[in-house]
Design a protein around this ligand. Sequence first.
Ligand code: 13P
Length: 249
Amino acid sequence: MTTPRALVAGNWKMNGVAANLAEIEKLNGLIAEGGANCDVLVCPPFTLIHQSLQVADDRVDIGAQDCHANFSGAHTGDIAAGMLQDQGCKYVIVGHSERRTDHHEHSELVSEKAKAVQETGLIAIICVGETEGERDGGNTLPVVTTQVRDSIPADATADNTVIAYEPVWAIGTGRTPTIADVAEVHAAVRQVLVERFGDSGNTIRILYGGSVKPENARELMSVENVNGALVGGASLKADSFYGIIQAYD
Ligand code: 13P
């Protein structure tokens, strides 16, 4: 069974102005010096995508945090996947829990967005995760596996799909699930992917996200079926983001 090359992705969320591009420059330097034994991605806000692409060197990919499900049209304020592809983005995050909460995005819409991303030739990072109430109620596995099933578009392939498991209660809180809990959820997601894609489901990267830091990255990244990280707060500074990348030394 092929283990996929890991992906460490930074989600800057609604943070960053031009001055913060210095962190990408610094990241270039840290990787040039110390290497990176995984794929590296930074997803800045839309306003910094163009400049980020100019600053990032070959070893740092740039992606977006969301897109519209349609290819063009009367959707004031929205961004289409083709626009992101045109800029040079390689990945688009869809269905982040903050969008599921703030913008009431459900898996059906997430699937439509992922379809737009994939039809444009980009890779969709599809986010899933349970709330604290769902975990306390013992519903983590059904909630997460249903989100995975419902959020992956019909025409998706193993090559243009990444799943990010982010327990909602672990995002920005400093709390993380136990290693056993991470292993259990990632194994359940893997099973859904193999049911859906056959053997190539084993090649799809399943990222863990939620309070990943340099201090806990090595342990989290060593769990079976964890093929990288989706990092929020700790991705804003090159030093801490690179500390997570180094989990793959
Ligand atoms: P934190 O790493 O800040 O917990 O955020 C995780 C996340 O939501 C990444 O998409």
